[in-house]
Write a protein that binds this ligand. Sequence first.
Ligand code: BGC
Length: 523
Amino acid sequence: MWSSSVVARNTAVLLTLSLLKLSKGSSVVKSGVSNYSFPDDFIFGVGTSAFQIEGGWNEGGKGESIWDTYLHKHPTFTYDHSNGDVAADSYHHYMEDIEMIKNLGVQAYRMSISWPRILPNGTDNNINQEGVKYYRTIFEELVKANITPVVTLFHWDMPTPFMDLGGWTNAKVIDYFEDYARVAFSLYGDLVKMWLTINEPKENCITSYGLDISAPALNLHGLGEYLCTHNSLLAHARVYRMYEKEFKPDQKGKLSIVLDASMGLPKDPNKPEDVEAAENYLQMHLGMFAHPIFSEEGDYPRIVREKVNNMSRLQGYSRSRLPYFTDEEITALRGSADFFALNHYITELMSPPTMEPNWKVPSINQDTGVKMETDPLWPMFGAEWQHVYPPGFRKLFNWLQNNYQILKKIPIIVTENGMTDFGGTKDYDRVDYYNDFLYQLLLAIHEDGCNVKGYFAWSLMDVLEWTAGYTYTFGLYSVDFNSPNRTRTPKLSAYNYANIVRTRRIGFDYIKRPEDLNTITSK
Ligand code: BGC
C-alpha cells in the first residue's frame, strides 16, 4: 500500500457527523470523516473484464469473440474507431495489474475469463492450454497476495461461432455455456471461490440483440431482447445447479449472476402516475431478471408478464414475445444465487409518456411504456448518460431489500459502480463520486438495515468502454493508450479509495481540491 504521505490528508480524524457542503463542480459532498464505518466482514474490491483490458486478441491460441470480429469488420463502430486488439494489454501486463490491486489494499479482484481464450471455438473439444495457463497464473498470483479472485464467466465476449448461430437467442447455446463453465470450474475451482455466470444480461440483451448499440448490433427489438433474456436466465440456472451438484461439495465456492440496475424514481413523487411509472420501469428492467431468481414465487413478475402479453396481443402476435418458463425451469431458477451481485451507475426519473415516443416498435421500451429523464441539475463529468445522483444508490438497496425477502439471508454485493470522465490523474470529481456513493451505501447499511456486504469499484484502470472506445475513462489508474507499454499511473481516486479501504471510513477531506487548499492557506 502507498504511504499516507503521498497525498495531502487531513491529519485530524474527526469521527463526527459530517457537514453538508457544496463542492465546486461536484455533487453534494461531506467533510470530515464518515460517522459510520464499513463492517469487518465487508469486502472491498475492484473490477475489470477480459475484452476491455486484455488485448492479445489473437495471441496464445485465442479464438475470436464477437467483439473482435465485429470491430474488425466495422472499424468505425466505436466512437473513436478503436478496437480491443491491444486495449490495456493486460495479456502482457497482468503482473503490473496485480501490483496495482495490491497497492489499493483491496481484498478482492473481479475479472472475467475470455471464453474463446480457453475454448477457441467455444466448445470443449479444444482446450487452449496457453489460455488456461494465463488465467491460472493470475489466479495463483492473486491468491498468493491474499486477494480473492471473483470471476465472471461471460462478460459479453461471446465466441464468434456461437454468435453466428444466434448467440443467446439460440437455446442450444445454453448447453455449450454449461460445458464451458464445467471446464472453468474443473480448471480453477481450487483457486476461485466466487463465480459470476453472466454479466448484466439486461444490458447485453437490450443493447446487442434488441438494439444496435453494442456488437453485433442485431437490432432485433421486440423479440431479440426477450429470447436473449430468457436463455441467459436459463443458462445461469443450468450452471448454478451444475456447480451445486458437481463442484460445490468439494470446492465450497459461491455463485451468482450480475444484474445491473439504474434506480427509477417518480419524476414527481406526489403524482401516483409517476410513482406507477417508476415501479413499472423497475419491474421491467430489474424485476424481469431478479424476480425469477430472488423472489419466493419465482418466474417473471406478474406485471412484466401482463405488459408483454398485452402488447403482443395488441400487435397481432398469437403468442407472447416473452417466452414462458416450464415449472421445472421456474424451480431451477428460484434461489439460484448465493448473493445478489449488483451493478449500479445512474438514477432516472420516470413519468407516463406525454408525446409520441420514439421507441423502436415492438421493443422492451415500448412494452415498459415509461418516459425516462434525468434531472439536468445532477452533474455530469463524462458520458452523456451519466448524471450523478448518489442518493439513488441507497434507494435502490432499499427497493431490493423490500422486494426480495431472501436478501435477509444472502447479501448484496455491489460488483460495479464508478464514474466516467475524459481522463487525467487529478480526478477530484471521481474522488467525490466514490465518497458520495459509498456514503449512501453506509447509510443503507447503518440506517436502513440493508444487507450489503461488498463493493467493487469500476474499474481498476481505464478500459475499452465498449462502443465508446477509449473516449471516456473509468479507471482508478490511468492507462496511456498511446504508449507501447500502456503505462499505468494511479489517479487521486486510487489514493482515496486505498484510504477508504485502509481506514474503513470515508475521509471526505483526504484528497483536497487545489481551491480548498488555497482557502485553507489563505486563512
Ligand atoms: C459493464 C462494464 C462497463 C460499465 C460502464 C457495465 O455495463 O459491465 O463492462 O464498462 O458498465 O459502462
